[in-house]
Design a protein around this ligand. Sequence first.
Ligand SMILES: N[C@@H](CCC(=O)N[C@@H](CS)C(=O)NCC(=O)O)C(=O)O
Length: 209
Amino acid sequence: MFPMIELFTARTPNGIKIPIALEELNIPYEVHKLSLGGAELRSPEFRKINPNAKIPAIRDRSAAGDDDVILFESGAILLYLAETYGGLIGSSPASRARAMSWLFLQVAGLGPAMGNAGHFLARSDRESYAFGRFEGEARRHFDLLETRLNAVEWLDGDAYSIADIAHFSWARSASYAGLDLRAFPALSAWVEKIEHRPATRRAFARLDA
Ligand SMILES: N[C@@H](CCC(=O)N[C@@H](CS)C(=O)NCC(=O)O)C(=O)O
């Protein structure tokens, strides 16, 4: 039987979130690796999957009824997988809500700050106001994570969740935004712990195959 979930992704901070969650939840999936600069991402076919022409996206063919569930935006996909396939989201209303707080902080705050810092860094614009602003915002989010992880093992205060996966994917790429992860010891130790999870290793192996 072929896997019911098709994953459209690349080996980028947003792109690795979904295979990590799929592996943690033991959901079989088929990977379509897309090249970020490539024509396929902007093709009419792929825009039917994600009209915004970005990875990651999924098509779940196992949904009840005839309609496939087609989703884009990594936070929405993580939430769908956790709720549909059960796991990675905490069992009490409070821990679920805390996971949402941290998940939304990543997709609305840390991700855009790091993405923009990385953009200006790649243009060798380290002295610019724009780089300073975005790097500063990224650093401020790293400080928030460092403070949180000095107090709790996992971001929702309870168990490993989709919030951890979302932040891990970016925190491990600190240097992309000009940050040094070693300056954040609790965050650094947490990144290493997630790197060593069997599901994380399997996810990277799938993307590297
Ligand atoms: N908010 C989106 C961001 C997705 C995103 O920016 N994806 C990048 C790769 S990490 C991408 O597809 N870039 C290709 C492009 O912009 O052409 C999410 O969380 O899924």
